[in-house]
Design a protein around this ligand. Structure first.
Ligand SMILES: [Zn+2]
Length: 431
């Protein structure tokens, strides 16, 4: 409906200003904490015991894609970090509070990098990833805020295309080994999602401005023994895409990666394997990006919902295991609501979820969003906040690390999140 009004409004105003069309701007910024000035513990592996990073292997970045169509704005920010916190998102928004951007139209997501800094205020997370100096947060959020402003100020008319392809052999299901005999007896097969999606945005001069790559798996080729900050394979992927399309900004968003682990990386050491994995995945992304059909007239919308989460609930192993003493702290400090966000680009939906959905939950969420009328749903994990792993009842029943150490809202969380994503998609569709 709004589209029709815009077109009518645009025709009436045609004598004085152009009809609305999609505009976009991009920016890149450095978010590497100063490891000389501060002790910077690393997030991702509890086995590091909160020890500070020993240096920087490669720089960490945030990428900003700013989109505007008339009075509708949406911003996607991707970061070489483990996960996101509402505190970081709010601080970014505060730095650009004159631009009309809100929590509803700004999505901030993390690559799930396991070689980035820890920056969690909650003692629950500090006990696992180390105590950090809050002074590292200011430069990081200021740098991202400035990048949002540069992207906003440089917005220009664009065309948009998207394409979904397959990257086979890059991921394995890391939860298959839990309860394997029962899985086989029940006729299960390992859930693996090889889908790789591309959103390409070109300037009026047909020069690529932004290429968003979406692929679901853990950046865990570097292990707990790596004590140097690195953007891991998503850093290599983005670097390679940018080298192929000079002038374009490559962004990487993770997907329903809760049970997906990187596979097939070759090399003599972990850094060589990171390079191999990132380069080969980039080659598939580049091929898809070259082949995208671009469209000048693409509807833009953004919205989010924040439903209350199901009550805290811990598995039997969690209640009886090494984690039991953290349970009341979890109830005090973990999120009480789930931030779900959707950016509509034409008939595609970018759906941000605040944690780590497993493959099956990703597919179920896609189905909910498509049932609202979108042709494709790109489920982005690690967006805006972190509520742990998001499993369905079947996976929850198989136990394992993701259930017994990183699930806080019981076996119904996955179906709850999928349903709510469907509700959000219907709300956006009705705009
Ligand atoms: Zn994870």
């Amino acid at each position: 409906m709004r589209r029709v009004l815009w077109i009518l409004g645009g025709l009436l105003l045609a004598a004085t200003r152009p009809v609305f069309g999609l505009e976009a701007g991009v920016a890149v910024c450095d978010i590497t904490p100063d490891v000389e000035a501060y002790e910077v513990p690393m997030a991702g592996y509890g086995a590091r015991n909160g020890k500070p990073s020993l240096g920087v292997r490669d720089r960490l970045q945030a990428k900003v894609l700013y989109l505007r169509d008339g009075d509708v704005q949406a911003v996607l920010i991707t970061c070489d970090l483990r996960s996101m916190t509402p505190e970081i998102k709010q601080a970014i928004l505060k730095n650009v509070d004159d631009l009309g951007l809100t929590a509803e139209n700004v999505m901030v997501c993390a690559s799930h990098n396991h070689s980035g800094p820890s920056f969690y205020r909650a003692r629950f997370w500090q006990l696992q990833f180390g105590k950090f100096d809050p002074a590292i947060l200011g430069p990081m959020t200021k740098s991202i805020g400035n990048a949002v402003r540069r992207a906003h100020d440089s917005a220009q008319p664009v065309t948009v295309g998207y394409k979904k392809g397959l990257a086979e052999g890059f991921t394995r299901n890391r939860r298959w080994g839990y309860d394997e005999a029962r899985r086989i007896a029940d006729g299960e097969t390992p859930a693996i999602n090889p889908a790789l999606s591309i959103v390409r945005i070109d300037s009026d001069e047909q020069e690529p401005l932004a290429i968003l790559v979406h692929f679901a798996t853990h950046p865990t080729i570097l292990g707990a023994d790596n004590m140097h900050l690195s953007a891991e394979w998503p850093g290599v992927l983005q670097r390679e895409v940018e080298a192929t399309f000079p002038g374009a900004v490559a962004l990487y968003a993770n997907g329903a990666e809760g049970d997906q682990a990187p596979a097939g990386a070759a090399g003599d050491d972990a850094y060589a394997r990171v390079e191999d994995f990132g380069r080969r995945l980039a080659a598939i992304a580049i091929e898809l990006a070259r082949d995208v059909q671009l469209n000048p007239d693409v509807i833009l919308n953004a919205d989010r919902i924040t439903p209350n989460l199901p009550p805290f609930e811990f598995s039997e192993n969690a209640r009886n295991g090494q984690y039991a003493h953290l349970m009341s702290m979890a109830e005090d400090q973990l999120p009480r609501y789930a931030e779900l966000q959707l950016i509509q680009l034409g008939d595609w939906a970018l759906v941000g979820l605040p944690g780590e959905p497993v493959c099956a939950v990703g597919w179920a969420t896609e189905a909910w969003v498509r049932s609202a009328g979108f042709s494709e749903a790109v489920v982005i994990g690690l967006a805006n906040d972190y509520i742990g792993y998001i499993l369905n009842a079947q996976e929850y029943g198989h136990g394992g690390y993701e259930v017994d150490l990183r699930s806080y809202y019981g076996p119904g969380l996955g179906s709850f999140i999928g349903r709510e994503a469907g509700r959000l998609a219907r709300t956006v569709m009705a705009k």
